[in-house]
Ligand binder design. Structure first.
Ligand code: CA
Length: 261
């Protein structure tokens, strides 16, 4: 069977990381996965190497000795470079700043990260940029670019999500997950279905990545009432309105979230 294997042609990845062990680990793992890799250890070098090497994606540590990852990205964007960035961050660097930079197709993984997760994220970003932007979502005809559910509104073309009229900044992966849930509202999606759709690989391992992302998404989407993302214990997730519960209580989401921790 001619199952297609990722990555098809060698994409070029630039690794920017000042910690030698992490840099070496990423470099060898990415090479083994078939990517063309260049690596540097400072923000200044990253800007030069972006010009010289012309990467398809930059893996960018946030805490660098000179410019930080955000400054590097800003300088790249100011120079007209749209190269997507996968930030490598410590949890403490995680702030609104990352959400603010999300617009360029950026995403992040938090340290310590699993190499599998980094590879999945890279594949997801490259798949999107190769396809020329629009996130997979559920193909819904040419004009299915807006998904609505309750007070949620997802605009695939503008790449924007609003809940109760409020703009909700999402990472690209969170965005794709939400689009998939919304396209299948009121249906239960298994973790395996979600992994295949959002991460798009031959599912072999860690479904926990789904739980992690559902958690991220809940923090951003379900911080207002009523909760819309529901855990179906032992099966998966469903985007729906809560069933017969008094307004003001949060039992459904809390109970299910707690069960996952
Ligand atoms: Ca660092």
């Amino acid at each position: 069977m001619a199952e297609h294997r990722e990555p098809p042609a060698p994409h070029r990845l630039l690794v920017v990381e000042d910690e030698p062990s992490i840099r070496a680990l990423l470099e060898s793992t990415l090479r083994l996965s078939g990517y063309a890799v260049s690596s540097v250890e400072s923000g200044g070098a990253a800007l030069l190497e972006t010009e010289r090497f012309g990467p398809d994606l930059v893996l960018l540590d946030v805490m660098l000795p000179d410019l930080d990852g955000f400054e590097v990205t800003r300088a790249m964007r100011a120079g007209g470079k749209k190269t997507p960035v996968l930030f490598l961050t410590a949890r403490t660097d995680l702030s609104d700043r990352i959400d603010g930079l999300r617009a360029g197709g950026d995403d992040y993984v938090t340290k310590p990260f699993s190499l599998d997760e980094v590879l999945l994220r890279i594949q997801a970003i490259l798949r999107r940029t190769d396809a020329g932007e629009p996130p997979p979502g559920e193909p819904d005809g040419d004009d299915g670019s807006i998904l609505l559910f309750a007070d949620l509104r997802l605009d695939e073309r503008a790449y924007e999500v609003h809940r109760a009229e409020r703009y909700v900044p999402l990472s690209p992966t969170e965005f794709q997950l939400l689009a998939y849930l919304m396209a299948n509202a009121n249906r239960v999606l298994t973790r395996a279905q979600i992994v295949q759709h959002v991460w798009g690989y031959d599912f072999a391992g860690d479904v926990r990545i789904v739980e992690t992302y559902v958690k991220y998404l809940r923090k951003k989407i379900d911080c207002v009432e009523p909760p819309l993302i529901h855990t179906v214990r032992g099966v998966g997730y469903s985007l729906r309105l809560p069933r017969d519960r008094a307004p003001g209580t949060t039992e459904t989401a809390d109970a299910t979230e707690a069960a996952e921790r």
